[in-house]
Design a binder for this molecule. Structure first.
Ligand code: 5AD
Ligand code: SF4
Length: 442
């Protein structure tokens, strides 16, 4: 007599992603790699067979946040002893063994350059902690891109690591030296994404515009890569992040002038408006050089929306330095920007430098953020009355409503009962809300 074989239960994977878009992409790729092992994603941590925390180390309290999240997993692990707990990302890279020493409930620790080994680690065929910088390219060992979730906008990593060594930043240590992925792999991944319904790709890299590689006719820069991607049929929109001002080559600026698929949006961190502080930060450019660069970019694409990152309270920052930052912000007029209070990161050159008093930094941060919020409001308000392309990414909470991104990356809510996710439509903007726009089908 034959018995029905017990159906092999699907295993469920819960991933929590901290930090940057690079990590969002890495989480997707890890989910795909684990998909090949029979894991499907769940949104419910309590229901998971495996919990993976994909960490970020760039600012303060990253490790503390990880340890407190791990502490909160203790009851779940006690209830489900087979639950696997993994730590990935830059804190995994930086802390390594310390994580399992402090939190023995952690089953595996995997760095950003080795996550292709995650399936083998889960099967017990690789060490419990893998945080080296391997010779092999992890992308060669990951499964082909498959639809884990149908979405019309996707990330694609083209470059990793950073050689710039800004004095405050851990990235050169956690993500390692700059590496560019080869042209053919990038084009193939882009075509695969388009084949599964993607219409917008955001190219990712810690220093994305430093990308270079051998292509047809010789060495290509990032602008040339964008030109090649713009020729992929069905790829309607291209974005990229994050860029360094010193790598904004002429070819890339010209791409902003010539290529309609390259969206009029650029995130270009400047960090400070004071030459003294920029020098102490090892940024290798002055405020004036940044301003002249912005002029050239705006000559090429007058409507481009610029965003940036700022650090306030960097060691040695005076009131005058802070005033210089505010002046630069006034001069540029940003669409939005991220601003952070400086936090000393162990192992970075600025770590031991005397800190600015906490309440001084807090006050400066408030002042800068108030100015940036005013600029964000003005930029959004300037969209009202204009007709813009919007790519619908998901249904809104209200019946018949769709939410998408405009060319300028604003979220736009639109009444569109007959529309589908993935439609790219013309929308007339009618209202600006604090963090989004409202529009009507044009
Ligand atoms: N303290 C505060 N902000 C930091 N950033 C990077 N390192 C630090 C630090 N030690 C910010 C920078 C960078 C962004 C990703 O995070 O502004 O551009
Ligand atoms: Fe960090 Fe500077 Fe490299 Fe950006 S450019 S990742 S801030 S070291």
């Amino acid at each position: 007599m034959t018995q029905n074989a017990p159906s092999k239960a699907v295993k469920k994977l819960f991933i929590k992603t901290y930090g940057c878009q690079m990590n969002v992409y890495d989480s997707q790729r890890m989910a795909e790699a684990m998909g090949a092992e029979g894991y499907v994603l769940t949104e419910d941590q309590a229901d998971a067979d495996m919990v993976l925390l994909n960490t970020c180390h760039i600012r303060e309290k990253a490790a503390e946040k990880l340890y407190s999240d791990l502490g909160r997993l203790k009851p779940l692990k006690a209830e489900k002893p087979d639950l696997k707990i993994g730590v990935a990302g830059c804190v995994a890279q930086a802390e390594g063994e310390e994580i399992v020493r402090r939190m023995p409930l952690v089953d595996l620790v995997v760095g950003p350059q080795t996550y292709h080994r995650l399936p083998a680690m889960v099967r017990g065929e690789a060490p419990r902690i893998v945080t080296d910088f391997p010779e092999e390219d992890k992308f060669d060992h990951l499964p082909e891109r498959r639809a884990t979730r149908r979405a019309p906008a996707a990330f694609l990593t083209v470059q990793e690591g950073c050689d710039k060594f800004c004095a405050f930043c851990v990235v050169p240590y956690t993500r390692g030296a700059e590496v560019s992925r080869p042209v053919d792999r990038i084009l193939r991944e882009a075509r695969d994404l388009v084949d599964r319904g993607v219409r917008e790709i955001t190219l990712l890299g810690q220093n994305v515009n430093g990308w270079h590689g051998a292509g047809e006719g010789g060495e290509w820069g990032f602008g040339r890569l964008i030109r090649a991607l713009a020729e992929v049929p069905g790829l309607d929109r291209i974005r990229y992040t994050t860029s360094h001002p010193n790598d904004m080559a002429d070819d890339l600026i010209e791409a902003h002038r010539d290529i309609p698929a390259l969206m009029p949006y650029l995130h270009l961190p400047v960090q400070s408006g004071s030459d003294r502080i920029l020098k102490a930060m090892n940024r290798k450019h002055t405020a004036d050089q940044y301003l002249r660069l912005i002029d050239r970019i705006r000559d090429a694409r007058p409507d481009i929306l610029l965003t940036s990152d700022f650090i306030v309270g960097f060691p040695g920052e005076t009131d005058q330095d802070h005033a210089d930052t505010l002046r630069l912000v006034e001069q540029v007029g940003f669409g939005t920007a991220f601003s952070f209070k400086y936090s000393p990161r162990p192992g970075t050159p600025a770590y031991d430098r005397p800190e600015v008093e906490g309440n001084v930094s807090d006050a400066r941060l408030q002042e800068l953020q108030a100015l940036l919020t005013r600029q964000q409001k003005a930029a959004q308000q300037s969209m009202v009355g204009r007709t813009l392309g919007v790519l619908f990414e998901k249904p809104g909470r209200i019946q018949g409503q769709m939410v998408g991104k405009s060319d300028y990356l604003h979220s736009v809510f639109v009444e569109a009962p007959d529309a589908q996710v993935g439609d790219l439509v013309q929308v007339r903007i009618v209202e600006s809300a604090p963090n989004s726009l409202r529009g009507e089908l044009a």
